[in-house]
Design a protein around this ligand. Structure first.
Ligand code: HEC
Ligand code: HEC
Length: 172
């Protein structure tokens, strides 16, 4: 899993996750239903926020602090047993501060996987386009990729992340 997205899970975090899985097994054996506390905010975020959907879903939109809090509270309604009260401000702070950066990291990683299979990065970095221009370009790429690989090559969440990053770094 780390190999699939090296930017997302560092070696240290990998060790934490493995630890978590091993200890989690012990918990299941003694059948505690208690929600765990985490010292590390990123591990807390991954545990609470990636059970039901991917990180791409979480990072699809930029949000303000208030909007993040509203989203997190709504997510808790889906599964109150997953969340401690004290998680809410910690997660809100984390996503407000780190959300934009994570979004760009994730988008860059998706571009490496999805765009560089067919051509060199220079082909992309030389271009400047408006939002409309990038949308049209990435739609064309999606069609080409579907023909070549005989399957859908990126999801609509991935499409939006890629276009937003291109507009930000290479808008006209
Ligand atoms: C128990 C399952 C569950 C968990 C856990 C969960 N989500 Fe969700 N999430 C959903 C469902 C279902 C939807 C789609 C319906 C909706 O938008 O409420 C969704 C949609 C979203 C959306 C898109 C809609 C919007 O408001 O922008 C975001 C962002 C999101 N989740 C973030 C999070 C974050 C952050 C966490 C961790 C704090 C989290 N989710 C944890 C089930 C979950
Ligand atoms: C299935 C292979 C394939 C994939 C995947 C692919 N491309 Fe392309 N791309 C092409 C081909 C073929 C051309 C046209 C030949 C040329 O002009 O070099 C092209 C041309 C381009 C161009 C120059 C033409 C223009 O519209 O400005 C850009 C920019 C570009 N691609 C960006 C991307 C981006 C961004 C992605 C990822 C979302 C991507 N490509 C994914 C095959 C691909």
């Amino acid at each position: 899993m780390m190999g699939k997205n090296p930017l997302w899970i560092t070696a240290e975090e990998g060790a934490l996750i493995i630890d978590e899985i091993v200890n989690g097994r012990k918990d299941t054996i003694v059948a505690t239903s208690q929600t765990k506390k985490y010292a590390d905010v990123q591990v807390l975020f991954i545990d609470r926020c990636t059970r039901c959907h991917t990180v791409n879903r979480v990072l699809k939109q930029n949000k303000t602090r208030e909007e993040w809090q509203e989203t997190i509270l709504r997510m808790r309604d889906n599964a109150p047993e997953l969340f401690l009260d004290e998680d809410i401000p910690i997660l809100t702070e984390y996503l407000t501060e780190r959300g934009k950066m994570m979004r760009d990291d994730v988008a860059a990683q998706i571009m490496v996987e999805k765009c560089l299979v067919c051509h060199e990065v220079g082909r992309i970095l030389l271009e400047r386009k408006s939002r409309k221009g990038w949308e049209d370009c990435v739609v064309d790429m999606r069609v080409l990729a579907r023909q070549k690989f005989q399957k859908d090559w990126f999801s609509s969440d991935e499409f939006n992340l890629i276009v937003d990053l291109l507009v930000k770094t290479q808008g006209s």
